[in-house]
Write a protein that binds this ligand. Sequence first.
Ligand SMILES: *Cc1c(COP(=O)(O)O)cnc(C)c1O
Length: 430
Amino acid sequence: MSEGQDYGFDTLQIHAGARPDPATGARQTPIYQTTAYVFRDAEHAAALFNLQEVGYIYSRLTNPTVAVLQERIATLEGGVGAVCCSSGHAAQIMALFPLMGPGTNVVASTRLYGGTVTQLNQTIKRFGWSAKFVDFDDEAAVAAAIDDDTRAVFCESVANPGGYITDIPAIAAIADNAGVPLIVDNTSATPYLCNPIALGATLVVHSTTKYLTGNGTVTGGCVVDSGKFDWTASDKFPSLSAPEPAYHGLKFAETFGPLAFTFHGIAIGLRDLGMTMNPQAAHYTLMGIETLSLRMERHVENAMTVASWLEGHDHVEAVTYAGLPSSPYNSRVETVCPKGAGALFTVTLKGGYDACVKFVDSLEIFSHVANLGDTRSLVIHSASTTHRQLTPEQQDAAGAGPNVVRISIGTETAKDLMADLDQALNKAHG
Ligand SMILES: *Cc1c(COP(=O)(O)O)cnc(C)c1O
């Protein structure tokens, strides 16, 4: 591929970041299964350790297979750089780590993946950080929640699991006005359906475990930087703007410009937190991304078909899929995710908790698992599993009440999925 060309998404998802292996000509990206890299000489080693030269030192920081994946995801998201790590939750910590310090807070949407609510509500307190949860449909409340100690605003583009779409341009404007970065978790939408950076986000995080890998094989995460935030505009982000003692007083923003956040993520984040992605995982995710657009098109087409059909089913009370005209979030599809509202939604069953449990146990093609974004169709009863640690109020806010089942529509034949759902619904209500 040549630089500066305006390649399409389908081309970039196969080629971005990759080139034939210079040593062997291998066309597919090799799995560089190595821990360390031989230095040319002592001077080269010293330059690498001083961040004066970019290169490979040790696979906790960088690895050539992982580097291809980083460049590929950064390109698809329209960012300047990306750092991959061991899981989606690791990516969230990696995104917050350079921004936060003791006594600071992140303003977060109430509609988030259950594990993220727990991470932000409970675990980050041990670092002296805190989160303020706000309804992101209430723009005045988001603006009011941001105070002098706020260092980030956090939401999901298409939120897991409730069929909710964030008005990213509106939230980005609020964050921008307050001089804090907006972090968008783009896991459920993927860069094929939604481009948060083009809509104003500063950073994008992913659980690559889901659609990017696409077939439920490996866990991974990624933080993409837009390169657009000015870390030196205030004294709020000293990790990026002030001298770094661990690198002889180097200032990341001054030295690396738009790549400051990415270099910090590798040189400090991965070096000291060690949440590294291994090259095998990067390989599986690279394989998955090659067909991302093809899969997402089928995921969305199937989700539309199945959700519309479910909405008319006798045993179903409600379906929260933003792709349906009945959804209050349908009007945001056009601006936020014009190629479709993803393939994740919830159904509320008329029979309540008991019917949900029976329904989940009666399915044959759908698997009952704590995952989503697989080629296989999956279900989970969120209230008794992923959202179990939340209070009833938090469960309701996240669209995961006791009578609700989350469905992740795969790429199988839609008619088979509907037949399976139909027999399980009938059993659950029999
Ligand atoms: C799964 C998921 C996460 C967490 O990712 P892991 O890879 O499981 O750590 C975060 N956000 C969303 C939206 C998810 O679906």
